[in-house]
Design a protein around this ligand. Structure first.
Ligand code: FMN
Length: 494
């Protein structure tokens, strides 16, 4: 199922009882973010919120509503992709890569890419873009980015930030497109800072343009089918077009139109498109501070300046946003969906891998729990090294490995085995690795150490010279009888 527009998505949420409309004027500075923070932490992720009358700190009213927490529960995340559960998509991805078992990671991704192409997921050119119903060009002046109700989310943020952008760039040599979700700080009506971190594809494209001395065209899409923004967050390898992935997810190709002021194509269904360039010789600008996924402020740093050349939008555009901070928040559901959908690709390469979870407390990269079927000594360590070598898994600071029957989505169960099965000196490995740019704990930015903890039961070949004890479990019969007795007592019957 696909959505023709953000409005269609919002209407569907309302029909399903998943939307709360806020009709009171609500300030884009701190207030909308605080409401979204509270709602995302309520039971089952609360509701999606539509703020119909966003206002500035000076009381001025914006022409566009703010939509937030749309992906913020398991149900809404699946609805965004037109499914009952995201596991359905994981099964479809599994079927794609199982067609011809790959010999390695690169081959698995290649198979995945060819599978997407066969599913007619390729983006297509369309005649007209609803995203261009209204066009504002820099040469005509005007409010520029100031007309969009961009949120300031935390008190010490350096300014307002776009937090759900689809940042579109192309490789200057191959013309391969990349779409990444990189936050954008608004610096002025026609100026912004692009926070693509060192390891991301947008940064790699930027470096190439700089080396070639060519201005870099950039387009930033906001809204449209919710599959588009989700795809921008997915940790796909370089070379797989996120909009092709979105086409696969929504079972319909994403339609494209040429941007109005830059040589780049943009999704026709977007609510807003911001077009501009990054100057190859221009100085980077100060970006931040920003209250981040980590729950801490990321300090100010230098990032490329985007000079905006045009802003286009639907007549009835909706501005989509998210708030990041201490978990659980909307981004947890985005990250979990990526894991569920892409796990089959990882499994093709690591046959022992049973399941993987990124617990909310680990804010994406701090922690991963993996379960495995161990056949030989040190296999848990072998799996950890493999995972650290797999794309953005390289950022995972702490990997805890448990046996196949442990539910990795149940943090307290994992912590039980972490406590019970680990002899720390024997069962931990430390490695040096690139680290997430947001990690404030490392002594230097972008580099540090990771730890792998093997909490599986130990084999003789792993230095364990004793008999591993059996876990206490009652019989199924006793358990069933006990359940009946307790249920009857609760109903008040003998
Ligand atoms: C809400 C949200 C905000 C994000 N903000 C940033 C950001 O500011 N900079 C960044 O490099 N990655 C950010 N990410 C992570 C990237 O979107 C993610 O790593 C993505 O896979 C990058 O795409 P790429 O591999 O094409 O570069 C964010 C993710 C989410 C869910």
């Amino acid at each position: 199922m696909s959505y023709a527009s953000s409005s269609e998505w919002v209407e569907q949420l309302e029909r399903e009882g998943e939307l709360l409309r806020i009709r009171e004027p609500s300030c884009v500075e701190l207030v909308i973010a605080a409401a979204a923070d509270q709602e995302s932490k309520s039971e089952h992720g609360g509701k999606a919120l539509l703020f119909e009358r966003p206002i500035g700190a000076d009381g001025r009213e914006y022409a566009f509503p703010v939509f937030i927490n749309g992906y913020g529960s398991a149900r809404r995340m699946a609805m965004a992709l037109g499914r009952i559960g995201v596991e359905e998509i994981g099964d479809e991805v599994g079927a794609l890569v199982r067609a011809k078992p790959p010999a390695g990671v690169a081959e698995a991704w290649d198979l995945f890419k060819r599978g997407l192409e066969l599913r007619h997921a390729r983006p297509v050119a369309v005649g007209r873009g609803a995203c261009q119903e209204v066009v504002h060009r820099v040469e005509n002046g005007g409010e520029g980015l100031g007309q969009i109700p961009v949120l300031k989310t935390w008190p010490k943020d350096g300014g307002p930030f776009l937090t759900l952008p689809q940042v579109i760039t192309e490789d200057p040599e191959t013309q391969e497109r990349n779409v990444g979700m990189y936050r954008i700080q608004v610096l002025g009506p026609w100026e912004a800072a692009l926070h693509w971190q060192l390891h991301k594809v947008g940064a790699r494209h930027g470096k190439k343009y700089r080396e070639m001395g060519k201005p870099m065209p950039v387009a930033v899409a906001l809204g449209g089918d919710p599959a588009n923004a989700f795809a921008a967050t997915a940790p796909l390898p370089d070379g797989i077009d996120e909009y092709m992935f979105a086409g696969f997810l929504r079972k319909k190709s994403v339609g494209f139109v040429p941007a109005v002021s830059q040589p780049i194509r943009v999704p026709a269904d977007a609510d807003f498109v911001i077009e501009g360039t990054v100057d190859p010789v221009g100085e980077p600008v100060n970006e931040g501070p920003f209250g981040d996924h980590t729950g801490f402020y990321t300090p100010m740093d230098r990032y490329p300046r985007l000079r905006v050349t045009a802003i286009t939008h639907r007549k009835k555009a909706i501005y989509p946003a998210t708030v990041v901070g201490k978990p659980p928040m909307e981004d947890f559901w985005l990250g979990s969906a990526s894991v569920r959908i892409l796990l089959p690709v990882l499994k093709m390469n690591f046959p022992e891998l049973v399941d993987l979870a990124l617990p909310a407390e680990g804010v994406f990269h701090n922690m991963a729990f993996v379960s495995l079927k161990k056949q030989y000594p040190y296999q848990a360590f072998k799996l950890m090294h493999g995972l650290w070598g797999a794309g953005q898994m390289m950022f995972t600071k702490i990997i805890v490995a448990v046996d196949a029957e442990v539910n990795v989505h149940h943090t307290s169960e994992v912590l039980f085995y972490l406590g019970a099965n680990v002899d720390p000196e024997r069962d931990m490995i430390f490695i040096k690795s690139p680290c997430d740019s947001l990690d404030h704990a490392t002594s230097q930015p972008n580099v540090g150490s990771h730890v792998g903890i093997d909490a599986t039961r130990k084999l003789a070949g792993e230095g364990y010279g004793r008999n591993w004890p059996e876990e206490c479990r009652t019989t199924p019969e006793a358990s069933a009888r006990a359940r009946d007795l307790l249920a009857a007592a609760r109903r008040g019957r003998p």
